[in-house]
Design a protein. Structure first.
Lengths: 114, 114
């Protein structure tokens, strides 16, 4: 049972373009939605996160858009750079509970061409 | 760098053997979570340790077990290894409380079961 569905599986973008990755969740108990970036040979690193009480959060070139009624959220990378080439994972967790396990999507391999 | 260190970085075992993976959490963190990341997949939650006790478990059999020590470091033990146990094992540390669940990941241990 996949509780967080992520798309696309892979994405190729030209330098300067916008990268968009989408996620959908099923569990309405989720109320904290982080995005992680993973480079080869490294562990996932927290990129940006959002709570469902806001519809958008922006940090530099990275923006999360959140649609609570549709149970969907997305990551937008503006002015994509070759250094952004990595695998991106969306995740979700019911932060209010005692079990803070993260449920991850399957990941999106982003390639930004120079 | 997150300050979460895992050892060893790579490990090769044969089917039926037992393995112990180690994790040192980031300074000030009291919670350790373990995840299994199969090739091309998102991390899957194995279990979490808080105050030296297991606090939540994912869909993994009992042959996956763990420990947390007074200094908050942790071990993951896997008995009777199976070929499907081949994966990257990630440790994440966090600080329980404060309404936040920022998990910091180590670089992982790559386990190959032959």
């Amino acid at each position: 049972q996949q509780q967080v569905k992520q798309s696309p599986q892979s994405l190729i973008v030209q330098k300067g373009g916008i990268s968009i990755i989408n996620c959908a969740y099923e569990n309405t108990a989720f109320d904290y939605f982080p995005w992680y970036q993973q480079f080869p040979g490294k562990g996932p690193a927290l990129l940006i996160a959002i709570r469902p009480d806001v519809s958008e959060k922006k940090e530099g070139r990275f923006t999360i858009s959140f649609n609570k009624s549709a149970k969907q959220f997305s990551l937008h990378i503006m002015d994509s750079q070759p250094g952004d080439s990595a695998t991106y994972f969306c995740a979700a967790t019911p932060i209010g509970g005692s079990n803070y396990k993260l449920t991850f999507g399957k990941g999106t391999l982003l390639t930004v061409n120079p | 760098e997150t300050g979460v260190t895992q050892s060893p970085t790579h490990l090769i075992k044969t089917r039926g053997q037992q393995v112990t993976l180690r994790c040192s959490s980031q300074s000030g963190h009291n919670t350790v979570s373990w995840y299994q990341q199969a090739l091309g997949q998102g991390p899957q939650f194995i279990f979490q340790y808080y105050r030296e006790e297991e606090n939540g478990r994912g869909n993994f059999p009992p042959r996956f077990s763990g420990l947390q020590f007074p200094n908050y470091s942790s071990e993951l033990n896997v008995n009777a290894l199976e070929l499907d146990d081949s994966a990257l094992y990630l440790c994440a540390s966090s600080q329980r409380g404060g309404g936040k669940n920022i998990q910091y990941f180590g670089a992982g241990t790559r386990l190959s079961v032959l």
